[in-house]
Design a binder for this molecule. Structure first.
Ligand SMILES: [Zn+2]
Length: 163
């Protein structure tokens, strides 16, 4: 993704219904933007809150997420719905996003399993090529990357949907 400014990120959130929380930004100077499909981070003062910002054809879209309590005794591998990496259950969390608009203000949310640290971009660059979900020869990372972008956009579209 292209480099974003702090102002662009702050202005991008579509589902912030709480009155102006103090939005903690990650260290933007440390971000390797060309290796990111989305910018994801957790709130350092509230581990159960996360942020996901990405670029769409309609502009920058940021989403606030809330993490559900970890499932107890979860020992089964889980799959992240965005990067499709299968990992130990503790590495994947159920995150829910308030919907945009009135539906969200009324309490409607969209939930999905996402890498616990919102670090899908790192995961797809670390996974071995022999991973069972690999998409054939070609440029493996390119395929993973475009798949991740597509699924993040689709998730954001659900959050933005007024249905
Ligand atoms: Zn992931």
């Amino acid at each position: 993704m292209r480099e974003l400014t702090a102002d662009e990120i702050r202005a991008s959130f579509v589902n912030l219904h709480d009155p102006a929380p103090d939005l903690p930004l990650p260290g933007l100077h440390e971000v390797v933007w060309e290796d990111r499909e989305y910018l994801g981070w957790r709130d350092p003062s509230l581990a159960s809150r996360g942020y996901l910002v990405h670029e769409t054809p309609d502009g920058i879209v940021g989403i606030v997420l809330r993490r559900a309590e970890p499932r107890s005794g979860a020992g089964v591998p889980a799959m992240c719905s965005l990067c499709h990496a299968t990992q130990p259950a503790t590495q994947v969390a159920l995150w829910s996003a308030p919907r945009a608009g009135q539906a969200g203000r009324d309490g409607a949310t969209v939930g999905t399993y996402i890498c616990e640290d919102l670090g899908c971009s790192h995961i797809i660059r670390m996974l071995p090529a022999s991973s069972p979900w690999a998409i054939g020869s070609g440029d493996l990372l390119e395929g993973r990357s475009s798949g991740l972008v597509e699924r993040v956009r689709s998730f954001a579209a659900t959050v933005l949907s007024t249905r």
